[in-house]
Design a protein around this ligand. Structure first.
Ligand code: ZN
Ligand code: ZN
Ligand code: ZN
Ligand code: ZN
Length: 565
């Protein structure tokens, strides 16, 4: 064991015995930043949610993109970036041993064209207004999604169909306004439910059918607010609650939240098919330590956001998986990637590469940017295998002797991920701010970029609070309205596909804008930070991601299980 002081936050952190063997195995020096600072830095290099419109720098067409319109880098729309008329070698640079390597890398980055969206375009159909998405069709304003169909305003999804306003979900259909659902059908306004059907306003329920406002139930039917009803009385009561009306929904929600908060939470969230794990929101994982929001992670540590299984032998890696192996200090990479270090935006079988960004189907590359299907390249220039190995070793030596120094005085020798100032996204657009919120002053102080957002203002035609109570009373005229959000006064529209889904789900059109709805869902999850706490029943010390200041009742695993029996 070794205690080190973080180069960034100046707090001590510990390198454990098994960490040493991992670092030795993949031949990297010990980290100089603590795990949380490393995670934040990586997250700042991805941007699933912060989208804007700008024109393609090749064809001139307007496209949705991760880049601000005033960002100076070249941005290509999907068809232009994925076209076969360029592969990145056009921008090749010779390595200059008299200059800092990362400075040369940045120069190359600024010469190459970037994809507008971090999406596997060739696997998408009718998903123009989405980002961080693959293998999907007919989705709209959905971010970080794989294998989805007809999904609106949702995020962090795998295999979701016909759903709106969902966050963190897999294998589910016809769901609405829920967070943390798996294998569910027709589950509405619910959190952390697994294998449920026709369930409303419930949390931490498993294998329930026809339940309403329930908490911590297993295999139950016809329960309302944790009380058992007969089938007849259940249906009668549901009728009385008028859950197809806006007022009925609000009333039930209020009552449900009060019940949710009065009953215990389990120290961590995840399913029972985990073995030897620590962290939160973990599913089907084993030997996964300090992980967050992962499915199918094995023999890994400090890994986050693996939404598509599997990821194996990874340290300091975030999302999305789908067969990722032996990854260290990488961001937004997946799809058969293996043996990657200090890279981001690597997909479609990227192999054996270091210090690369946005490379597709490439292997054995060092310091390449926006390169497609090439090998033995350095700064996008192709070498013979022998030349490549010699030059790579020389650069690694140079990086150790002449490390990049950032504006805050932090140094980046070989073994360090890119400096925060290298991210092309303002911190407030990046994935980092979604999970580790910082204000402008703090972000700038830590060397991250920041850019204030200019909101478009629209002439609103109807107030959210004045929308009809039910979907039956809503005509197609709604498609022509610009609705004023009941909370923040932003304007928003309803699209045809979305309206058809509200009709199928028998849910009234929401009175709040998509941004406010999304913010509410994000507020319902624990952020990736551990707290030393105590079980509220037996007093045992627990490590949990529930912030004790929120005042939730949190039970240790064994007390929680007893409660269920
Ligand atoms: Zn730190
Ligand atoms: Zn274009
Ligand atoms: Zn709003
Ligand atoms: Zn306990």
């Amino acid at each position: 064991m070794e205690t080190r002081n973080c180069q960034n936050c100046k707090n001590d952190f510990v390198i454990e015995p098994d960490d040493f063997s991992f670092y030795e195995k993949i031949k990297v020096p010990l980290p100089t930043w603590c795990p949380e600072c490393r995670m934040t830095r990586r997250l700042a290099f991805g941007n699933a949610w912060g989208v804007h419109f700008r024109n393609c720098d090749k064809c001139g067409k307007k496209t949705l993109t991760m880049y601000r319109p005033d960002n100076k880098v070249k941005v290509f729309c999907d068809p232009c970036w994925w076209a076969d008329d360029w592969d990145g070698t056009e921008y090749a640079m010779d390595y200059d041993p008299n200059r800092n390597f990362l400075e040369q890398w940045r120069e190359l980055r600024d010469r190459t064209p970037h994809f507008a969206k971090d999406a596997l375009y060739i696997t998408l159909k009718n998903c123009e207004y989405t980002n961080a998405i693959a293998f999907s069709k007919d989705c709209y304003m959905s971010f970080w999604a794989d294998y989805c169909e007809f999904v609106y305003y949702s995020a962090f999804l795998t295999k979701i169909k016909d759903s709106i306003d969902i966050f963190r979900a897999f294998n589910s259909n016809l769901c609405y306004e829920s967070v943390g659902i798996g294998n569910c059908n027709r589950t509405y306004f619910s959190n952390e439910c697994d294998s449920c059907v026709d369930v409303w306003f419930s949390r931490n329920c498993y294998n329930c059918l026809n339940c309403f406002g329930c908490v911590n139930q297993r295999g139950k039917t016809y329960m309302i607010f944790n009380e058992q009803y007969s089938r007849e009385d259940y249906l009668k009561k549901l009728e009385e609650l008028k859950i197809n009306t806006r007022t009925g929904i609000e009333k039930s929600y209020e009552k449900a939240i009060a019940l949710w908060n009065s009953l215990p939470y389990r120290e961590y969230t995840g399913n029972s098919r985990n073995l030897n794990v620590s962290g939160d929101y973990l599913y089907e994982s084993k030997n996964a330590k300090h992980c967050y929001m992962c499915s199918g992670v094995e023999d890994s540590k400090y890994t986050q956001f693996v939404s598509v299984p599997k990821a194996t032998n990874c340290y300091d890696y975030y999302g999305w998986g789908n067969s990722a192996d032996l990854i260290y200090e990488c961001a937004t990479s997946g799809e058969g990637v293996s043996s990657l270090k200090f890279s981001f935006g690597m997909f479609a079988n990227g192999l054996d590469s270091e210090y690369c960004g946005w490379c597709i189907g490439t292997k054995n590359n060092f310091g390449c940017v926006n390169l497609k299907r090439k090998q033995y390249a350095i700064l996008n220039k192709i070498y013979s295998k022998e030349e490549y190995e010699v030059l790579k070793e020389k650069i690694i030596k140079d990086m150790k002797e002449n490390p990049y120094k950032d504006s805050k005085g932090r140094v980046y020798p070989y073994g360090e991920f890119f400096p925060p100032e290298f991210s092309l996204f303002p911190y407030n657009d990046s994935n980092a701010n979604k999970f580790i919120e910082k204000d402008k002053e703090q972000a700038l102080r830590e060397g991250y970029n920041w850019q204030d957002k200019v909101e478009n203002s629209y002439q609103k035609t109807i107030k959210g609070n004045n929308l009809p109570e039910t979907i039956d009373e809503t005509t197609n005229d709604i498609l022509n309205e610009i609705i004023e959000c009941a909370d923040c006064e932003r304007g928003y529209r309803i699209t045809e596909g979305e309206l058809s889904l509200y009709r199928r789900l028998d849910i009234p059109v929401p009175s709040k804008c998509p941004k406010c709805r999304e913010a509410r869902r994000f507020s319902l999850i624990n952020k990736p930070r551990f707290y030393e706490s105590e079980c509220n029943k037996c007093g045992k010390k627990i490590k949990t991601m529930y912030d004790p200041s929120q005042g939730k009742i949190v039970y240790c695993e064994s007390c929680y299980q007893q409660e269920m029996n």
